[in-house]
Design a protein around this ligand. Structure first.
Ligand SMILES: Cc1cc2nc3c(=O)[nH]c(=O)nc-3n(C[C@H](O)[C@H](O)[C@H](O)COP(=O)(O)OP(=O)(O)OC[C@H]3O[C@@H](n4cnc5c(N)ncnc54)[C@H](O)[C@@H]3O)c2cc1C
Length: 381
């Protein structure tokens, strides 16, 4: 691997960093407290090309690579984790499956307004009874010829209450397990589609998480993404790609916590010295910096391999597992360095500590990443 970053890598980093530091970071505590995303800032992210980074220009995207994407994601997440979720949804969870499995017409219909931020997308796989075991989902779509009649309930839909279009995984064959699932494009305006309350969560408070329900919702057959009964493959392929994105999101949050702790350790004095003069503080700073560096290398390596068209199942899982657990640990150490002040909402570390935890849970838990990595390691040996 060539460790030199391209001009495009550095350019998108600068664009995302400037936007994040000027527009997101100063208001991150406000977003957490209000529990709301800023639609104008989302549009601005669209104008900057951050909502369709690897989407080809013909569909309204920036036409860059996955390495550019994870570099930008780290920067946006360092400013505000909830707005970073919109970047992840638009790029990884909405644009990626459409680009890889959608028809030409679907790509032209949906991608330009997602990339511009005019419309918001969501990805709905989980249900109350099927989380890690996604293939056991039950929300049912009956084939009626020119349309599907959808009935059931899905859970944990990020941006479910504000999304215009949702990629929803439904059961189309009751007896076929993973081979009886289909991906449908659902318009939030369809009759019979309803959104439940926002879940009360520990963190990511500005990013709504909702239940969605279907009562005899008619979805045109033209809205099937990919092949009927092949949706599980689309869901897994999308999550596999999204893992590197969540890893980069966790890295960005943790980096911000580290930067705050680093500065604080040099300003706060106890026993007549700055905290950074104590070796026990230095050890924490060294561990934090090392974890961040290792996570970044793993994320960039996985993205770089993906850009070369190589299989990255193991590397993506390793990057998500390591980066998210490292990020949680870095946020923990940052709070320790700030002492009691770190536990108050006055410093961002408290919010980051709450926000970062879920990265070990969504888009495949740490346990699932370990299962995937072990499976890959044991294969053919
Ligand atoms: C804030 C938030 C946003 C989310 N956004 C979305 C979204 O936009 N779209 C969407 O579809 N979903 C979303 N999810 C759902 C998320 O992907 C699931 O929570 C996750 O997949 C885990 O499923 P579960 O919560 O049902 O846990 P379970 O599957 O019930 O697992 C519980 C625990 O058991 C462990 N476990 C399960 N199976 C095994 C096994 N075989 N071996 C060892 N351990 C195992 C898990 O790792 C976990 O620790 C979101 C969740 C949250 C919290």
């Amino acid at each position: 691997m060539d460790f030199t970053y391209s001009e495009e890598n550095l350019m998108i980093q600068e664009v995302a960093r400037e936007f994040s530091q000027k527009k997101l970071a100063p208001r991150a505590i406000e977003f957490d407290e209000s529990g709301e995303l800023d639609r104008d800032l989302i549009s601005e992210m669209g104008q900057l090309g951050l909502l369709g980074i690897f989407v080809p220009e013909e569909y309204g995207g920036s036409g860059l690579d996955h390495l550019c994407y994870v570099i930008a994601m780290e920067e946006i997440a360092a400013g505000c984790s909830s707005h970073a979720s919109v970047v992840g949804l638009s790029n990884s969870l909405f644009a990626y499956p459409l680009l890889n499995f959608g028809t030409e017409e679907q790509k032209k219909t949906y991608l330009p307004s997602i990339c511009s931020g005019e419309k918001l997308g969501a990805y709905s796989l989980s249900e109350a009874g099927s989380g890690t075991d996604a293939a056991s989902l039950t929300c049912f779509a009956e084939d009626k010829g020119d349309h599907y009649l959808v009935n059931g309930t899905k859970l944990w839909v990020t941006d479910g209450s504000i999304a215009d279009w949702l990629i929803v995984f439904v059961r189309t064959d009751k007896d076929a397990g993973a081979k009886g699932i289909t991906a449908l494009m659902v318009d939030a305006q369809f009759e019979g589609f309803t959104v439940g309350k926002n879940e009360k969560k520990m963190g990511f408070k500005a990013s709504p998480t909702n239940e969605i329900s279907f009562a005899n919702v008619k979805v045109p057959s033209a809205n099937v993404i990919g092949e009927v009964n092949r949706g599980f493959n689309i869901a897994m392929e999308t999550l596999n790609s999204g893992r590197v994105s969540v890893a980069a999101q966790a890295l960005g949050m943790a980096r911000r916590a580290y930067e705050i702790a680093l500065q604080y350790s040099q300003e706060r004095k106890q026993f007549g010295k700055p905290l950074s003069a104590f070796q026990l503080t230095q050890a924490k700073l060294a561990d934090m910096a090392t974890k961040l560096h290792a996570a970044r290398l793993m994320i960039h390596h996985a993205a770089w391999k993906k850009d070369r068209g190589e299989r990255v199942i193991k590397e993506a899982s390793m990057a998500k597992l390591f980066a998210t657990e490292a990020a949680t640990s870095v946020a923990h150490m940052a709070m320790q360095i700030l002492g009691g002040y770190g536990y108050t909402a006055e410093y961002e570390v408290e919010r980051i500590y709450r926000d970062v935890r879920v990265t070990e849970i969504f888009e495949g838990t740490s346990e699932i990443q370990r299962i995937v990595i072990a499976r890959e390691e044991l294969k053919d040996r």
